[in-house]
Ligand binder design. Structure first.
Ligand SMILES: NC(=O)c1ccc[n+]([C@@H]2O[C@H](COP(=O)([O-])OP(=O)(O)OC[C@H]3O[C@@H](n4cnc5c(N)ncnc54)[C@H](OP(=O)(O)O)[C@@H]3O)[C@@H](O)[C@H]2O)c1
Length: 332
């Protein structure tokens, strides 16, 4: 099959190319679209440990059709239209995936929209619901709000009844956009909380934001750390506020968790309920997936959506451009 491969196994964006590799066995499903995530960069550069047993091909989320079933698979049939999560291998024509990590693709989502959901929404759900325990009336702060995970977290927090959702981003354009979308961000930190502080912080930035995050958190505040984009070492840590504000600071990962953990998370009723509310460009639901640019589809004759207009489409041969776009923080 064809897949996006990395020359020499790792390296800069220019090392990405489309090559031939073995089809996965014993099960395989045809991929129509896949999502691009920040961790793909770390993996391409050799800075991300691929989970044991996972394909070394890039890509953790996709949409497509089931083409073959492995032994003992009961939940799916050949031809089913699905989207889901995988430990690796989504930048390809076929992928082998655990049956518990698939979701049925609803008709209101295009292939491209469905592929953009799993990693972002599951990560946001874990950070906000499982660890952040967001409840009605909470004040929530989401860093890198225009990131894939960030925009999912912002909408989810609003849906869960947060009183305010504050987002940070590097450009006015991103911030304006985050405020303009339905169920988007509401305020800046100071305006939001009237001095009370944030009940829940979702952070990807780490080092440079550490002190301000701790300062921003309210009494009994919770912070979920999902990445350390600015660095992971903090030279001076004042434990005082963590103690007297009774803060909970929790790290979270998804890809490295066991298949059983991921399956249970995806199967949980509250997660299913949340995902059912995510619509695409034509939907009127409380949450939406926003496609920055469609970068990948495998065959020009294949439909990318159910009559949807996709803003910009370029073929998967332009995978390097897609990676540059994300590496330059242009995506929202
Ligand atoms: N732990 C988990 O389970 C898990 C799961 C999925 C993703 N993640 C992590 O979550 C992060 C977001 O992933 P994504 O795929 O949604 O990313 P994304 O769409 O590429 O967005 C990342 C954004 O972070 C901001 N950023 C980049 N470098 C920064 C820095 N040094 N300081 C501050 N902000 C910076 C940029 O936005 P601005 O231009 O606004 O600064 C950038 O657009 C990634 O680090 C990813 O590895 C973690």
């Amino acid at each position: 099959m064809h897949a996006v491969l990395i020359k020499d196994g790792q390296g800069p964006i220019e090392n990405l190319y489309i090559g031939e590799t073995d089809k996965p066995v014993p099960t395989k499903g045809e991929i129509v679209a896949f999502g691009i995530n920040r961790m793909d960069h770390y993996q391409r550069e050799g800075r991300y440990a691929v989970p044991l047993g996972a394909s070394s091909i890039l890509g953790v989320e996709f949409s497509g059709r089931v083409t073959e079933l492995g032994e003992g698979v009961t939940r799916w049939a050949v031809g089913d239209e699905v989207f889901g999560l995988v430990g690796g291998g989504a930048y390809a024509e076929f992928v082998s995936c655990d049956e518990g990590l698939l979701l049925k693709k609803p008709g209101h989502l295009s292939w491209v929209e469905a592929a953009s959901i799993p990693e972002n929404y599951i990560t946001a759900y874990q950070a906000l619901v499982k660890y952040g325990e967001v409840k009605k009336g909470d004040h929530v702060l989401v860093h890198a709000g225009a990131s894939g995970v960030g925009i999912a977290a912002i909408q989810m927090a609003r849906e869960l009844g947060a009183a305010t959702v504050t987002a940070t981003a590097s450009t006015t354009e991103k911030l304006d956009w985050l405020r303009s979308i339905p169920n988007g961000a509401t305020h800046t930190v100071k305006k939001t909380t009237n001095g009370k502080g944030a009940d829940v912080v979702i952070d990807f930035v780490g080092q440079s934001h550490w002190a301000k995050n701790v300062e921003s958190l309210a009494i009994d505040g919770r912070m979920t750390l999902l990445a350390t984009l600015s660095g992971s070492e903090v030279p001076v840590v004042n434990l005082g506020p963590i103690l007297y504000k009774r803060l909970r600071i929790q790290g979270s990962t998804l890809r490295s968790r066991s298949i059983q953990y991921q399956t249970e998370l995806i199967a949980s009723l509250s997660f299913r309920d949340m995902i059912d509310k995510v619509t695409g460009v034509n939907g009127g639901g409380p949450m939406r997936t926003y496609i920055h640019k469609v970068s990948i589809f495998f065959c020009s004759s294949r439909p990318v959506g159910h009559g949807h207009t996709i803003p910009q489409v370029y073929p998967w041969a332009e995978i390097q451009s897609a990676h540059h776009e994300m590496a330059d923080n242009k995506n929202r």
